[in-house]
Design a protein around this ligand. Structure first.
Ligand code: GH3
Ligand code: MG
Length: 455
């Protein structure tokens, strides 16, 4: 992973040391020697992350951070505050200023790279999400970011804590008391069961479980695609860099040393939960664009494209099932006059309600698609032409019997005509559709509000 890091410190030597370390890990580095310069370079260089010293003579780090986070052009760049002393009050001030993470001087390399990588990953994901949302919004297929939902994701997360030390468990319970979905287990066996049965937003694993079970659990949590979606935060013992490095190598997302500092634990938990929530949104956006390709937006039924590929696939599988497949084409009667008399919006409302009634009256295995303006197709697997005709007659009743409601309580009588046919083994979709269409034509000719089976 490569990323551009802006290092801000008024002390030349410290800037140079950090630069050397980051360059050695193949990061691109930009330096700033004052708060003012940091603000300028945050704009001109578009860094992926900012390492920000607290104590600087012109504008201090807290104020720089506040200004970065208040500016829409820089608010998305993660900021790591570098606090001079191990001062918990500085951390709290930093978090209040909007900092995403913090490190204490002198910076320990393991911590430095873990934090930087973690936040760069987070930003990469966030950038990707913003890009897709912009594209999605312009296509009308994505929702705007929902701040209330995001806030809820940070408080009502489901968090699994794996810790066998009762005192530590109590400490974590009190530090994360604001979280409503905390669950504690003491061993790796229970933990494996818990991750198998539930999808967690975060798993916190103690690396001091007996017999390296903490590390083994981390490996397990990275072993499958499903589990890899869950962020892992480890609790490590001060000085046990070996286990910590192993865990980071295994791909855990972040760590806190024991006993955790309240502000630090909360900040790291929040970072991971935010990451998880971005990730979930990304997946939803992708899911949505996949659906958009095959779903008719007005009715929620499949579209013509989906139906065509479904029918092509069905023809290839013919013979596998001894039972026939039936198909029907449905066309609303005199739909043009509904539009003419009540307007296009009323017509749309009728189409939606029509689709809803159809869906309520077919089986889960049946496939309903909107193939034209007011023309629909239903494919019924394992169904004969005669059975399909009975279903079609029921649909005719379901549509015609009860009036449709269009806006301000106005009611409207709507009827449908249906052509039914049974697909012959190996028959091309085109032929089946043509036969159903001919039957539909007869239903229209015979007075509408009825269904006919192809001869
Ligand atoms: P028939 O009983 O013979 O089927 O008559 P019809 O009026 O239903 O058929 P026709 O094909 O003459 O008209 C279909 C109308 O459907 C014309 C078109 O304006 C309308 N239409 C097509 N797509 C939409 C849509 O998405 N929304 C609305 N409101 N109307 C649509
Ligand atoms: Mg029609």
């Amino acid at each position: 992973m490569t990323a551009k890091v802006l290092v801000v410190d008024d002390v030349h030597v410290i800037r140079k040391v950090l630069e050397a370390k980051l360059l050695a890990e193949f990061f691109e580095v930009v330096l700033a020697g004052s708060g003012q310069e940091a603000l300028e370079k945050a704009h001109s260089e578009s860094p992926d992350i900012i390492l920000l010293d607290v104590m600087m003579p012109d504008i201090d780090g807290f104020e720089v951070c506040r200004r970065l986070k208040a500016d829409p052009l820089t608010s998305h760049i993660p900021v790591v505050m570098i606090t001079g002393l191990d001062q918990p009050s500085d951390r709290v001030t930093g978090l209040e200023a909007g900092a995403d993470d913090f490190l204490t001087k002198p910076t320990n390399d393991v911590a430095l790279f873990a934090r930087v990588r973690n936040l760069v990953r987070l930003k990469t994901m966030f950038d990707e999400l913003r890009m897709r949302e912009v594209t999605g919004l312009s296509l009308g297929i994505a929702n705007h970011a929902d701040p209330a939902r995001e806030a809820a994701a940070l408080l009502n997360a489901s968090i699994l804590v794996v810790e066998d030390d009762p005192a530590m468990t109590e400490l974590i319970r009190s530090q994360l008391a604001y979280q409503t979905g905390l669950c504690f287990v003491t061993g790796d066996v229970e933990a494996k069961q818990a991750v198998r049965d539930n999808l967690w937003d975060l798993v916190i694993v103690s690396l001091t479980l007996p017999g390296q079970n903490g590390l083994r659990l981390c490996a397990h949590l990275r072993s499958s695609e499903r589990l890899r979606q869950v962020p892992v935060l480890v609790l490590s013992k001060v000085g046990d860099d070996r286990s910590l490095l192993r865990a980071l190598d295994l791909g855990v997302n972040d760590y806190v040393t024991k006993p955790p500092d309240r502000a630090e634990l909360q900040a790291r938990v929040n970072t991971q939960l935010r990451r998880k929530s971005f990730q979930d949104r990304l997946r939803e956006t992708m899911q949505m664009s996949v659906e958009m390709a095959v779903i008719d937006p007005l009715t929620g039924l499949y579209n013509r494209r989906y139906l065509e590929s479904h029918l092509a696939g069905r023809a290839n599988h013919d013979g596998a099932s001894p039972r026939p497949t039936a198909l029907m084409i449905l066309d609303l009667d005199h739909f043009k006059s509904i539009n003419d008399r009540f307007g296009h919006a009323a017509g749309d409302t009728v189409l939606k309600q029509f689709a809803h009634r159809i869906r309520l009256n077919i089986r889960g295995v049946d496939l309903a698609a909107r193939v034209g303006g007011e023309e629909f197709v239903i494919v019924l697997p394992e169904t004969s032409g005669m059975e399909a005709q009975m279903i079609a007659q029921r649909l005719v009743r379901v549509i015609g019997q009860e009036a449709f409601v269009i806006g301000d309580g106005r009611e409207l009588q709507v009827t449908v005509s249906i052509g039914v046919t049974e697909a012959r083994p190996g028959e091309a979709a085109e032929e089946v559709l043509q036969r159903a269409d001919a039957a539909l034509y007869r239903a229209k000719g015979d007075g509408r509000n009825r269904s006919e089976v192809a001869s």
